[in-house]
Write a protein that binds this ligand. Structure first.
Ligand SMILES: Nc1nc2c(ncn2[C@@H]2O[C@H](COP(=O)(O)OP(=O)(O)OP(=O)(O)O)[C@@H](O)[C@H]2O)c(=O)[nH]1
Ligand SMILES: [Mg+2]
Length: 326
């Protein structure tokens, strides 16, 4: 019973303006997005999701651009979401694509959209995964998400992917030890970009050692490969693509279902948390109650306890009530 059957139908028929609209709704946490997606649930999961993360300036966008090229050369369609492109693609190879965002790409097989985490209402992870779902429903075969790997929200974003590609590069003080904890753990494929720069070989061998010591990426027998490339020179791209394809094959040999259901569950959990926040804080009057209690000198944890206990009691009453009715 969508209020906007038009958008869903147009999305399914390959209209990019409908896709752009749906993503805008996803970004804004607009309820119309949920209706569109619910109407196309069976189409979610057809595309392959690759999350690309790594420190700022590692060359993620440059590599993503090369990946787009490789997919297009093989006649596969690509949808890309770039989360918080710092200094919007400046210096990166996607610079030329910036003006082609929002689906106005001259190549209909490519769709690139950037998303700002600051502007979006609610969680960026929820908004981004929703946006990728929309590109999936639209029918893009390859779904890429670029995010700067720094915080939990970014890990949540790449964690929702089928394959996580972590891009690193040699440079001041970033030995393996200096890498932000967590970034190696999420990697299904590790890529040392800027292989043309000094220190790249050292970083590759350090990473290989870390993988051997099983400090990173060992999951059910998948051993994270370490690939070096120079995205800026379009070198080593085939090796990166082949490592990604191997991970896909490995998942498709039997683990994909479980892999995805864990991610789906996390997606539900994030959406529940976000919806509950709105529901309780706004609709159920928690904001007013909380500010009232604070004004009366209650400590903030006592306010929290008051609210949570109140909720628990309400749930209990409801459960007991419905048991009695039976
Ligand atoms: N030497 C060298 N420079 C590269 C290579 N690939 C990318 N770069 C340069 O590294 C800089 C950062 O590239 P981006 O692709 O924007 O990096 P990014 O990881 O997307 O950066 P953020 O999105 O800002 O975190 C740019 O100046 C690129 O030209 C490479 O293979 N070798
Ligand atoms: Mg970038």
């Amino acid at each position: 019973m969508s209020e906007h059957p038009g958008v869903l139908e147009r999305l399914l028929s390959g209209d990019v303006t409908a896709l752009a609209r749906a993503i805008t709704w996803a970004e804004a946490g607009d309820a119309r997005f949920q209706r569109v997606l619910s109407g196309a649930n069976e189409r979610v999961g057809k595309g392959w999701r690759v999350g690309v993360t790594g420190p700022p300036g590692a060359g993620k966008s440059t590599l993503v651009n090369e990946m787009i090229g490789a997919h297009r050369a093989a006649d596969r369609t690509v949808g890309v979401i770039a989360v918080d492109p710092s200094s919007p693609f400046t210096g990166g190879a996607l610079l030329g694509d910036r003006i082609r965002m929002d689906g106005r790409s001259s190549d209909g097989g490519v769709f690139i959209r950037s998303m700002a985490s600051r502007g979006s209402r609610g969680g960026i992870a929820r908004a981004t995964v929703d946006a990728v779902d929309a590109m999936d429903v639209f029918g893009f075969q390859e779904l890429l998400v670029e995010t700067v790997g720094v915080g939990q929200a970014e890990y949540d974003v790449v964690g929702a992917a089928d394959t996580v590609l972590v891009v690193l590069c040699p440079g001041a003080g970033d030995g393996v030890q200096a890498l932000k904890a967590g970034i190696l753990e999420v990697a299904d494929v590790l890529c040392v970009n800027k292989a043309d720069l000094p220190g790249a070989e050292r970083l590759v061998s350090d990473l290989e050692e870390a993988v051997e010591l099983r400090a990173v990426g060992l999951r059910d027998g998948w051993i994270t490969p370490v690939i070096s490339c120079s995205a800026g020179k379009a070198e080593g791209i085939a090796e990166v693509m082949s490592a990604l394809a191997s991970h896909r094959e490995w998942l498709e040999e039997g683990r994909l279902r479980e892999h995805r259901s864990v991610r789906r569950l996390a997606q539900v959990r994030r959406a529940v948390a976000e919806a509950l926040d709105v529901e309780l804080w706004e609709a159920a009057g928690w904001r007013d109650r909380a500010s009232h209690l604070l004004e009366n000198g209650k400590a903030h944890y006592d306010v929290v306890a008051d609210l949570i206990n109140g909720l628990r009691d309400a749930v209990r009453e409801k459960t007991e009530g419905s048991t009695k009715e039976r």
